[in-house]
Design a protein around this ligand. Structure first.
Ligand code: NDP
Length: 333
């Protein structure tokens, strides 16, 4: 049973030496437990925070313990009355080929509804983050301008599409030409700006937002956000979802120098963790599933194959090597 643990706490950008591959024992379930074979495993930016020994809304990973995260797997042995062999399940499990879990830690997913991997992306935590952050905090209205950073990623790509479904003008910010092309030509964004190749991001954003910015759904923070703030309209809303540009920063970060723009625009900024809205997950997932089935929501997945490539897939998040949700395919069902 191959496993991956945290070998040391990363300094700055993580690298392969921060991870340790080991061979664990094959798990034996006791009554009420099942053995789950890992099929798909999610790598997410928030995991970078858990690699630090710092207090946050999730506990830090412990050194030399198997790293955990979202996993979709197949029940291969059951000592629970709630699950049978062959059931496809989702839960917070380890970066390992086989996990043991109690029935309460798992939720069954219907493989006939949508491809099972979507429960880690558009129909899972990132999709819920997009839906609830945008609609509960951003509250886009018809004709308003919504700017989203990290626009071609798991959360951002869904934010932009939901904003379009609400009649907004949508502008995305992303880091490769392939992503810009995807936003404009596949997802129907009204404009998109490549923050890595532009010589003047603030200028390009101003061109892309002739009526200013009413909602800024921020996934990245840093200099990208510095360029958005001057465009805030009166009573703009900012769902502060992520700040990936700072996750690998060593030492003190500078900025953002947002205050004068907040005062001028009376804008509302609200940070959030998707679990704040746990009571609305059911309703949000139903609406996302409906849009998906109707063809009103598209999604992309970047699927890295093979257990040994899990750390590389995680590191790829910080290089922007994913379009849509970054997943690792560990085994066939
Ligand atoms: P993504 O699928 O968007 O993957 C990360 C992307 O971030 C990369 O593809 C890359 O795209 C971009 N990126 C990486 N480094 C930088 C940088 N220095 N500056 C700007 N962009 C960068 O990840 P998710 O959709 O899963 O998550 C997006 C954000 O939302 C993250 O900040 C995450 O922490 C946060 N989040 C927050 C939640 C909450 O409850 N508040 C829940 C889920 C996610 P590019 O090529 O465009 O640079």
């Amino acid at each position: 049973n191959k496993q991956i643990s945290l070998a040391k706490r990363p300094q700055g950008l993580p690298n392969l030496e921060d991870f340790n591959f080991k061979e664990g024992v094959f798990p034996t379930p006791v009554s009420g437990e099942v053995v789950v074979k890992t099929l798909y495993l999610s790598v997410d930016p928030y995991m970078r925070g858990r690699m630090q020994d710092a207090k946050s809304y999730v506990a830090p990973y412990q050194l030399n313990e198997v790293i955990t995260g979202g996993v979709i797997g197949e029940v291969v042995e059951s000592r629970s009355t709630e699950f049978q062999e062959g059931d496809v399940v989702i839960g917070m499990l380890g970066w390992q080929e086989y996990s043991v879990a109690s029935a309460a830690e798992l939720r069954r997913i219907d493989p006939n509804l949508a491809p099972i991997s979507t429960h880690l992306g558009v129909l899972g935590m990132p999709g819920l983050t997009a839906y609830l952050g945008l609609l509960e905090i951003g509250k886009p209205k018809e004709g308003e301008t919504v700017v989203v950073s990290g626009a071609a990623g798991a959360v951002g790509s869904i934010v932009g599409q939901i904003a379009k479904l609400h009649g907004a003008r949508v502008v995305g910010i992303a880091g490769t030409e392939e992503k810009i092309d995807y936003l404009l030509n596949e997802l129907g964004f009204d404009a998109a700006v490549n923050y890595k190749t532009t010589t003047n991001l603030r200028h390009d954003l101003k061109d892309a937002c002739p009526n200013g910015v009413d909602v800024y759904f921020d996934n990245v923070g840093g200099e990208v956000s510095d360029a958005v703030y001057p465009l805030l309209n009166t009573f703009a809303r900012i769902p502060q979802c992520g700040a990936i540009s700072s996750y690998n920063k060593e030492g003190k970060d500078v900025g953002p120098r947002i205050q004068s723009y907040l005062i001028k625009s009376s804008a509302l900024v609200q940070g959030f963790v998707v679990s704040n809205y746990a009571s609305q997950f059911g309703e949000a997932a139903r609406q996302l599933g409906k849009w998906l089935a109707e063809g009103n929501l598209k999604y992309e997945e970047t699927i890295v194959e093979g257990f040994e490539n899990i750390p590389n897939a995680f590191l790829g998040l910080f290089e922007g090597s994913n379009l849509g949700k970054m997943l690792v395919k560990v085994a066939e069902p």
